[in-house]
Design a protein around this ligand. Structure first.
Ligand SMILES: CCCCCCCCCC/C=C/CC(=O)SCCNC(=O)CCNC(=O)[C@H](O)C(C)(C)COP(=O)(O)OP(=O)(O)OC[C@H]1O[C@@H](n2cnc3c(N)ncnc32)[C@H](O)[C@@H]1OP(=O)(O)O
Length: 306
């Protein structure tokens, strides 16, 4: 245990050195004019909707944090809360995770304004909410199906990786993957491990290095999604319902035990390492180097839109 801790301390030092100077306050960084990236806290009450159907045993969790379902702290807490609510209803055995945004975007990943020039008091709580969301979704007793009707980069991909089954719209404009390296950051180890588990070591290695965003066809080929639905076909919801019914036919105890077999170790690993993981994240993301790269990435997103 002590060896493990000292190795991690070494890793933190390494990240700090890579970032050259540790970020202390926003004046250390050149403030850039990014007016569309200014929001931080949002209201908890209208970010997701949970629709439970005791007759079918299926609940549908719809995300609708405009414009892109990016994951602010409140958004992650809302999703976690909805998962727990569905789990507390013993009649519910399956959960479909989907977006109800008109754009179809599944989730744009972590809310970038939480990472760029962050509120230092909020940052650890933000990361803990991300860890908690992973633990709640990946470790859920429910069978979980991601119905992905639009782009799912980075933590948006994590949401789908944490489900048991992934159905995606076959539209080449909708891409999915862990693109963190393109932002000058890396996925945390528990997220990288999910990727490795789902698409295999070599595919994950290349994709993590390059920050690959896969088209739906490519995602199907590497096993990142399980099924595709023709673009514009409204049957993605029906397919998700059908899949949910298929999972429900398996006796719940056996289904939950089978899930525990493949996920238990990773869940226990993060559960026992949350503080250290948070400390590492906070010291990494606040380095000057990472902050500058994030600032440029945000500018690129804003310019691309114009
Ligand atoms: C031991 C521990 C070690 C820890 C070490 C780890 C350290 C760091 C880990 C950090 C992990 C990060 C994971 C992440 O999730 S980072 C976020 C990555 N997300 C992205 O790169 C996605 C960026 N967005 C897009 O590519 C596109 O927006 C889209 C999702 C493909 C949609 O494209 P589309 O053309 O339809 O729409 P727009 O681009 O016009 O976007 C619509 C509006 O949404 C805003 N937006 C988009 N993404 C985000 C985001 N992630 N955060 C905040 N806002 C976002 C965009 O600006 C538009 O806003 P506007 O309409 O107001 O202009």
């Amino acid at each position: 245990m002590s060896v493990h801790v000292s190795q991690s301390a070494h890793k933190i030092q390494l990240w700090r050195r890579l970032g050259s100077v540790q970020y202390r306050d926003s004046s250390l960084l050149q403030r850039q004019h990014l007016s569309s990236f200014s929001s931080k806290a949002d209201r908890n009450d209208d970010l997701v909707t949970l629709e439970a159907s005791p007759d079918t045993g299926v609940a549908t969790l719809r995300m609708h944090r405009s414009p892109a379902n990016s994951l602010s702290m409140e958004m992650m807490q809302s999703i976690s809360g909805a998962i727990r609510k569905a789990e507390s209803d013993r009649k519910i055995q399956s959960l479909i995770l989907t977006s109800s945004l008109p754009s179809g975007i599944f989730s744009a990943g972590l809310e970038l304004t939480e990472l760029y020039q962050p509120d230092l008091a909020r940052l650890p709580k933000f990361w803990e909410s991300f860890q908690q969301l992973y633990l709640d979704l990946y470790g859920s007793r429910l069978s979980t199906i991601a119905s992905i009707g639009g782009p799912a980069p980075a933590a948006g991909c994590m949401l789908s990786l944490s489900c048991d089954y992934r159905i995606m719209t076959d539209n080449p404009k909708c891409t999915i993957g862990l693109n963190e390296s393109q932002l000058g950051i890396v996925a945390p180890p528990w997220l990288a491990q999910q990727y490795i588990d789902v698409i295999g070591n070599r595919n994950a290695e290349l994709a993590l290095l390059l920050g690959t965003l896969f088209t739906p066809q490519q995602a199907l080929t590497v096993g990142l999604v399980d099924e595709l639905v023709c673009s514009g076909d409204s049957s993605i919801d029906e397919m998700a319902q059908r899949k949910a019914a298929e999972f429900i036919r398996i006796p719940p105890k056996a289904r939950v035990a089978a899930k525990e077999l493949t996920r238990g170790t990773q869940i226990a690993k993060l559960s026992g390492n949350r503080e250290e993981d948070t400390e590492f994240f906070c010291s990494f993301v606040t380095t000057d180097t990472v902050q500058k790269t994030l600032g440029s990435y945000l500018e690129m997103l804003a310019k691309r839109k114009k």
